[in-house]
Structure formats: C-alpha cells, structure tokens
Design a protein around this ligand. Structure first.
Ligand code: FES
Length: 129
C-alpha cells in the first residue's frame, strides 16, 4: 500500500468506530482500565474491559489519537471480544493492521497504542482479582 493511502476498511472504522466510549466513563460498568501514552507522538489511549470467566465480554476505549489509532483500536476491540485474556494479549499490531488491510508505514506506531492500553487493562485486572 502507498504511504499516503488508507484502506477502505481503515476509513470505515475511523468513521464508525466500534466500542468507542461515548460520554462519561462513570456511566459505564467495567472491571479494569488501562491507560498508555504513545512515545512517538504523545497521544494517549484509555481502555476499559469487562471480564467473565477469564473472557473479555466487553471492551470500551477512548483516545486523543489520530485516525489510524481510532481505526486500529476499533478493529482491536472487535478482534478481542469473546477471547480469553491470554488470547487477547496475542492480538498485536501486526494482526490489527492485517485486519485493516494495512496502514501507511509511518502510521504503524498508532496501531500499538490500543494493544498496549489493552495489555495495561489486563494487567490491572489481574492485580485486582
Ligand atoms: S499520531 Fe499519535 S496515535 Fe497516531
């Protein structure tokens, strides 16, 4: 894919992000949260998970990140629902970008943000339980 081109899947997820937390997080019930910053650009991502029997049954997120981060985290949130915590941790930036039909090379770092926020939320969940 060219360096300045977003796939149709990226555009679709950016324009209609899945599992995006609208409004106030206090209105949402969740078991653990994780927040990370992207050292490359300074953007931040917050992820909230609900877990039953070691499986992620719901995930919500919010971010200051860019279009690539929004599309990547939207895809990630679809990919990890219903997975065990260990399986969800295996869903990394490569799988996310493949699912999206690729990302411009310079935007690959944006796909790391959601993955790391999810890992932080899972780590927090394991500390709390
Ligand atoms: S530029 Fe910061 S997440 Fe994409």
């Amino acid at each position: 894919m060219g360096d300045w081109v977003y796939s149709d899947i990226v555009k679709e997820h950016f324009l209609s992000p899945r599992n995006f937390m609208m409004g106030d997080e206090d209105q949402y019930q969740y078991d653990a949260e994780g927040i990370v910053g992207n050292p490359v650009c300074g953007d931040q991502m917050k992820m909230y998970i609900t877990v039953i029997d070691d499986k992620i049954i719901d995930v919500k997120w919010k971010t200051y990140g860019c279009a690539s981060a929004i599309a990547s985290t939207s895809a990630l949130s679809e990919l990890v629902k219903g997975k065990s915590l260990d399986e969800a941790l295996q869903v990394g930036p490569e799988e996310i970008t493949e699912y999206l039909g690729g990302l411009p090379k310079h935007k690959f770092h944006c796909s790391v943000l959601g993955h790391e926020a999810l890992a932080a939320a899972i780590e927090n969940y394991r500390k709390l339980t």
